[in-house]
Design a protein around this ligand. Structure first.
Ligand SMILES: *Cc1c(COP(=O)(O)O)cnc(C)c1O
Length: 431
């Protein structure tokens, strides 16, 4: 313990001075915890403490960590090959995964582009939309409309359709393209949408459709842009408006895909088909980085009908076989489980467990949808103190801004879930 704890201090110090973390700075005094291993819903710290995971490593580890079925799928694939280039070559994991995704997603989606991260899948979707309209004789349709409070990734194209305030558009003003922003939907999930709710989107489409390639949105749950849930009926109306104004609909289900909202894909709440669909995060069960962009045959055929006759994108690690094998195993595990009942139960427990927060003066709202529980505060949290408070409570919860939220692995049991919600209530109550 003594010599290893000295090592640990060294590693943490080196990390602080040399390694970027997500949305971080070098050399700052914010806690970073060293993880030794992870298994089931438990993250084991280097000092021996164990934390119950409330984050699924950002929506991804839906089956928890170190899952025997996932591990053996990767070991099997590893015996064959870890990677081969995808230019001119193909392999069974890619073909099987593509057919699985096509079978599970809405009917109109028939082609798959494997990307290496969610942001890249969004870039690919945006480029597909532009190439589609270019090939359709409408090269002026190169801009996008999206919803305020959205989040679509950190690369330049994706950043251009993130919320302009939280997405720091002023900082990158000259570097990112100007897009159109409709008011964020305010109609709650489960309610019908009125004309006034959709008016902002309608006005933009009406006035600018001739230079808009697509509407991009996160169906039903706006994730990193505010953890907001909105009416599925809004989504239905948005689909109709896209048809009316000849604009493609890109559904970014990178966060919502694979059961998190209670349906396999959030678009199912509205019974709509997008023209282009982005998947990521839980796609590989949290094992490897991979994302996918699906589109209709119509889009694919149009793109190749015109110069240059190909779609202009091709990542080095496209369709990485290990990632495909992980995704296939993860999807099979999900479908073989009674995930719909489990998500409903998790939703009930989150609702009950977080309900006491409603009485706290510092809380604005408590909301639950599927396996997502959110406590919205009046003021942004102090990351340094709250992060350590959660760890001292034996749970891994990572708030951002005014939001303290839980999205545990689906395999979590009721006791561990109760430990998560009681830690949230206790820490939020003490703020
Ligand atoms: C996380 C996320 C992305 C970006 O995915 P990365 O893999 O982090 O690049 C895009 N869209 C949504 C909705 C996300 O939640």
């Amino acid at each position: 313990m003594n010599s290893s704890s000295r090592d640990l201090q060294y590693w943490l110090q080196y990390d602080r001075q040399h390694i970027w973390h997500p949305y971080s700075a070098i050399g700052v005094d914010l806690p970073v915890f060293f993880i030794q291993s992870a298994s089931g819903v438990r993250l084991k710290l280097a000092d021996g403490r164990e934390l119950i995971d409330g984050m699924s490593s950002w929506w991804s580890a839906i089956h928890g960590y170190n899952h025997p079925v996932m591990n053996s799928a990767l070991q099997n694939q590893m015996q064959k090959m870890a990677h081969v280039m995808f230019g001119g070559l193909s392999h069974q994991p890619a073909v099987e995964l593509a057919s699985r995704l096509i079978e599970l997603t809405p009917d109109s989606l028939e082609t798959v582009f494997f990307a290496d991260s969610g942001s890249v899948a969004v870039e690919v979707a945006m480029k597909m939309a532009i190439q589609y309209w270019h090939a359709s004789g409408k090269p002026g349709k190169q801009r996008f409309v999206t919803l305020r409070n959205g989040y679509h990734g950190d690369t330049f194209g994706a950043m251009s359709v993130c919320d302009p305030v939280t997405g720091m558009h002023t900082l990158f003003e000259q570097a990112i393209n100007k897009q159109y922003f409709a008011d964020a939907p305010t109609v709650p999930f489960g309610e019908q949408c009125h004309e006034s709710d959709i008016a902002s989107l309608r006005t933009i489409l009406k006035n600018h459709h001739s230079n808009i390639a697509a509407l991009i949105l996160e169906p039903v749950v706006q994730g990193a842009g505010g953890m907001r849930f909105y009416s599925a009926d809004y989504l239905k109306q948005a689909r109709l408006l896209c048809d009316e104004y000849q604009v493609l609909l890109i559904a970014d289900e990178i966060a919502t895909g694979f059961g998190r909202t209670g349906r396999l894909f959030a678009c199912e709440h509205a019974e709509i088909s997008p023209d282009i669909l982005c998947l990521g995060k839980a796609l590989t069960g949290g094992y490897l980085t991979m994302a996918a962009t699906l589109s209709s045959f119509e889009i694919a055929e149009k793109i190749q009908s015109s110069s240059p006759g190909v779609f202009m994108h091709g990542p080095t690690f496209m369709a990485n076989p290990l990632a495909c094998a992980a995704a296939l195993a993860s999807i099979q595990l999900l479908l073989d489980s009674s995930w719909t009942e489990r998500i409903t139960q998790i939703a009930d427990r989150l609702e009950q467990g977080l309900a006491p927060c409603r009485n706290y003066e510092q809380v604005v709202d408590v909301r639950v949808l599927g396996a997502i529980g959110v406590v919205e505060l009046k003021q942004a949290v102090d990351m340094k103190s709250i992060q350590s408070a959660f760890v001292n409570h034996g749970v891994w919860v990572r708030p951002f801004g005014k939001l303290v939220y839980l999205m545990p692995p689906y395999i979590i049991n009721d006791d561990d879930l109760a430990a998560l919600t009681s830690a949230v209530c206790s820490i939020v109550g003490d703020l």
